[in-house]
Design a protein. Structure first.
Length: 266
């Protein structure tokens, strides 16, 4: 038995776009007919006046029917489409076709350097902190491709300094000399310091934090203003269930972070 393909938002929107074009063409015909009627009235061409009234009346009926067809044609089941996760799947397929890499993980879509979250109830996606309502897959993917082509906005140096400040706070419990000993602190504990204020974890999600760790890791920026070099640790991850941070890399691999340490740079 042939597999039934789920409905495509792209195809449904393309069909409605075509229906709208038909309405516009019919509306243009109305404008043309009414202009002829006006011209006949302006010069008093009584021979033409009656026929142009009839022609305009017929023309006016056409866009009404075309619009009714367009309205009836939009029968796309939005609720089911978003509820069953079809939207991100179609977005990923469209991205593959347009040579844009998108990966799905933990209710987020990674399209470096940005993260997307589908706001199904609002019929929108959140691109980092920006709400985007243009959901037609080809349009959205093209926008993401444009974003990828813009200069990188991630501030690696500032993020590294923030990590160092949080790390210094965590190692202080081991004494004054602990900062230079290369102790490993959990990256999840650093995240907890970043999001201490009420509601802060909603403003800065764990997925965004993981993305930023990866971007810093890939940036080549390793040394703070005070001369401490950062190291990321993942070897403990297999023994520390619930203490790791996972992120999807730009090429779709799974990368695990566990801890962080700083040592005086050589």
């Amino acid at each position: 038995m042939e597999e039934v393909r789920p409905p495509s938002l792209e195809e449904a929107l393309a069909r409605t776009e075509s229906d709208a074009d038909a309405v516009l063409k019919a509306a243009a015909a109305v404008t043309k007919s009414v202009k002829r009627l006006r011209s006949a009235a302006q010069v008093g061409n009584l021979r033409e006046l009656g026929p142009t009234i009839g022609a305009a009346e017929q023309a006016i009926a056409a866009p009404r029917q075309q619009f009714a067809d367009a309205k009836r044609g939009w029968d796309f089941d939005e609720e089911a489409y978003f509820a069953n996760g079809a939207f991100p799947r179609e977005l990923v397929r469209t991205a593959e076709r347009l040579n844009v890499r998108i990966f799905e993980e933990d209710d987020r879509l990674y399209c470096y350097p940005v993260l997307l979250r589908v706001l199904a109830g609002d019929r929108a996606v959140l691109i980092d902190k920006t709400r985007e309502r243009r959901l037609r897959p080809t349009v959205l993917v093209s926008h993401l491709k444009e974003l990828q082509g813009r200069p990188q906005r991630f501030r690696s140096e500032a993020f590294l300094e923030a990590l160092f400040d949080a790390y210094a706070t965590l190692v202080a419990k081991h004494g004054r000399q602990a900062l230079g000993q290369g102790r490993v602190e959990k990256l999840l504990d650093v995240y907890e310091l970043f999001t201490l204020l009420p509601g802060q974890s909603r403003e800065y999600s764990l997925q965004e934090y993981a993305r930023d760790l990866y971007l810093l890791d890939q940036s080549g920026i390793t040394t703070t203003r005070k001369g401490y070099a950062v190291s990321f640790h993942a070897s403990t991850s297999t023994r520390s269930s619930g203490s790791t941070i996972r992120v999807i890399t730009e090429d779709g691999r799974d990368k695990v972070y566990y801890g962080i340490s700083f040592m005086p740079a050589e």
